[in-house]
Write a protein that binds this ligand. Structure first.
Ligand SMILES: [Zn+2]
Length: 283
C-alpha cells in the first residue's frame, strides 16, 4: 500500500486517540488522509470501549460495532413498528373479528400451564438460598428503606398491576377507582350533588370459606355521609366475596345498597358500552 502523507497535520475526530495510537503503532494518524486504511486506536462514544479501527471507519462512525448494530436495530424496530401500525390503521388488525379454533385454544391452554420443576431442582434451589446462602443473610433493612405506612411511596395508591381508572372531581382532586363502573357511579353522585367518600370505612368480618374461619376486613366502595349509608358496586360476585358480604350483613348493622348492572342501567349510569381505559375526566 502506498502511503500518502499530508503537508500539514489535520484535526481528527475526538474519539480517535492520537496519543495511544502513536504509543502503540509508532505513527501519528493526524498525517494520514481521511481515506487511509491504517489502523488507529479509538474510543467508542457509546460504551467507551477502546478498539483498533481503520482510520477510514473511525472517521465515519463514532460507535463500536456492537453499539452501532444496537442503534441500527433499535431504529429499524421503530421503523418496522410504525409501518405495521400504518397497515393496521389502513386495513384493520389481521386478527380483528377472528377467533381461535378449538384446537388453537386447547394449545394455548396447554402452554399456559406453569412450569413444573423437578423435586431435585427445587431442593437444590432451596438449599442454595437458605441460611448463609441467602443474599440477604445477616443484613437488615435501613429504617428509611422500609417505607412503612404513610411514608411508603405506594401509600394510598392502587397496586401497579391492576386495572385502574382515574376520575377528576370538580375541585380538581383525583380519585383512583378499580373499575369504570365505580368511576361512573362517582360521576353520577357528583352530578346529583350527593357527598361521597371512596373506600374510607373498613369493617372487621369473620367468615367461613374453604372449611376455614377467616378473619378479614370489608371495605365498602362508597360511603354517603349525609345518610350514613354505603354503596357497593358489583359486576360479578365471586363466591368467596359473596360469603364475606353476607357475613358483613350479619355482623354489622349498616345500611348498604348493592348497585349491580341492573341498578346502574336503571339510573342511566351503565350504558352497556365496553370499558373506557385510562383517565376519565369530568365532563
Ligand atoms: Zn461501543
Amino acid at each position: 500500500m502506498k502511503l500518502q502523507l499530508l503537508k500539514e497535520p489535520r484535526e481528527l475526530k475526538p474519539w480517535v486517540d492520537v496519543e495511544t495510537t502513536i504509543a502503540k503503532f509508532g505513527y501519528d494518524p493526524r498525517w494520514f488522509k481521511p481515506s487511509s486504511f491504517r489502523v488507529v486506536v479509538c474510543r467508542c462514544t457509546g460504551c467507551g470501549q477502546v478498539r483498533d479501527k481503520q482510520l477510514r471507519d473511525a472517521e465515519l462512525n463514532a460507535l463500536c460495532l456492537p453499539c452501532s448494530n444496537r442503534r441500527n436495530a433499535n431504529t429499524n424496530l421503530a421503523v418496522r413498528s410504525q409501518k405495521i401500525k400504518a397497515v393496521w390503521a389502513r386495513d384493520g388488525h389481521p386478527r380483528l373479528g377472528k377467533k381461535h379454533t378449538a384446537a388453537a385454544r386447547a394449545k394455548i391452554r396447554r402452554n399456559r400451564k406453569p412450569a413444573v420443576f423437578s423435586e431435585e431442582y427445587r431442593l437444590n434451589a432451596s438449599r442454595k438460598s437458605s441460611g448463609s446462602g441467602n443474599p440477604f443473610y445477616g443484613k437488615k433493612h435501613k429504617p428509611e428503606s422500609l417505607h412503612r405506612g404513610k411514608d411508603s411511596p405506594a401509600y394510598g395508591k392502587p397496586p401497579a398491576h391492576t386495572f385502574k381508572v382515574w376520575y377528576t372531581r370538580k375541585d380538581g382532586t383525583q380519585v383512583c377507582f378499580r373499575s369504570t363502573w365505580e368511576a361512573r357511579v362517582a360521576e353520577y353522585l357528583d352530578q346529583h350533588k350527593i357527598e361521597w367518600q371512596y373506600e374510607t370505612k373498613v369493617f372487621p368480618v369473620q367468615y367461613e370459606w374453604g372449611g376455614k374461619i377467616k378473619q378479614s376486613t370489608y371495605r365498602a366502595d362508597f360511603w354517603l355521609p349525609a345518610t350514613n349509608s354505603f354503596i357497593e358496586v358489583k359486576g360479578l360476585w365471586r363466591p368467596e366475596y359473596l360469603a364475606k358480604y353476607e357475613a358483613l350483613r350479619r355482623q354489622h348493622d349498616i345500611k348498604i345498597e348493592v348497585w349491580d348492572r341492573t341498578v346502574l342501567k336503571e339510573r342511566g349510569i351503565y350504558t352497556g358500552k365496553s370499558k373506557i381505559k385510562g383517565v376519565l375526566l369530568w365532563k
